[in-house]
Design a protein around this ligand. Structure first.
Ligand SMILES: Nc1ncnc2c1ncn2[C@@H]1O[C@H](COP(=O)(O)OP(=O)(O)OP(=O)(O)O)[C@@H](O)[C@H]1O
Length: 234
């Protein structure tokens, strides 16, 4: 069986500077992989390149055995959804308007406005509120809701815990666990090790544009020496 996502020798970057320098990565359908690494090593660039938002200069990306389309809307239609760093909600649009827009090109599936609002009841309570007036945690939930409504096979989550209180991070964990239950594959870029360890089957570490380490979560968690060497944390 093909992996859902197969990345081979991927290179990309910005205006003459190479950031990804030969990334090799696979992810099976329904699996949850945490991508860790120090600041600036290229984790977000990988997410943006997979989503077609940063052009690749060489390498291959395959989704379910077929070449990944290049344009973001085609990548989304192929079943890949992005929860970007910084949420990227539209401040004047209400929660309801965001959800309506997200359903426009959605594939049919488990996730509908009803099931997403059942999972994220705080959004249901704020359906007429402009996104700009939501708290950071609520905006993060909205960004996740928007991604789920497309009924993706793969969700790329870029630092969902960034700047959020522990209670909200717990809610994000619950949502990622639910994605797993529904068979959605997740590539999670995270600095919060507690979050990554609690939801991921495996951990990969990036350094200077390549994947330098990959193991199951339990092995990574029980090997603080390696974690310290790769991430600078105990
Ligand atoms: N839009 C951009 N234009 C030019 N350089 C960029 C751009 N975005 C990122 N970079 C550079 O690319 C490199 C990798 O950045 P990236 O955001 O992918 O790292 P990261 O591992 O996600 O870091 P962090 O954990 O701090 O978010 C950095 O040197 C960064 O300055």
């Amino acid at each position: 069986m093909n992996p859902l996502l197969e990345v081979h020798q991927l290179r990309s970057g910005y205006a003459g500077s190479t950031v990804l320098d030969g990334v090799d990565l696979t992810l099976n359908a329904g699996a949850t992989l945490g991508l860790l690494g120090r600041n600036g090593v290229g984790k977000s660039t990988l997410i943006m390149t997979l989503m077609g938002l940063v052009p690749m200069s060489s390498g291959t990306v395959r989704l379910d055995g077929s070449p990944m389309p290049h344009r973001p809307h085609k990548i989304a239609r192929a079943g890949v959804a992005l929860v970007p760093q910084g949420r990227r909600v539209w401040p004047p649009l209400t929660v309801g308007e965001h959800l309506k827009l997200a359903t426009r090109h959605a594939q049919p599936g488990t996730w509908t406005t009803k099931t997403v609002l059942e999972l994220l009841p705080r959004l249901a309570e704020r359906i007429r509120q402009p996104a700009g007036s939501l708290s950071g945690g609520e905006q993060q939930m909205l960004a996740i809701a928007r991604a789920l409504l497309t009924n993706p096979r793969l969700v790329l989550l870029d630092e969902p815990s960034d700047g959020l209180a522990p209670a909200i991070i717990e809610s994000i964990m619950d949502v990622i666990h639910r994605m797993r239950t529904e068979g959605v594959a997740v590539l999670l870029v995270e600095q919060d090790l507690h979050l990554a360890f609690s939801v991921c089957d495996e951990i990969a570490v990036m350094d200077r544009g390549v994947i330098v380490h990959r193991t199951d979560t339990e092995s990574f968690r029980s090997d603080p020496t390696t974690a310290h060497r790769l991430l600078g944390v105990a």
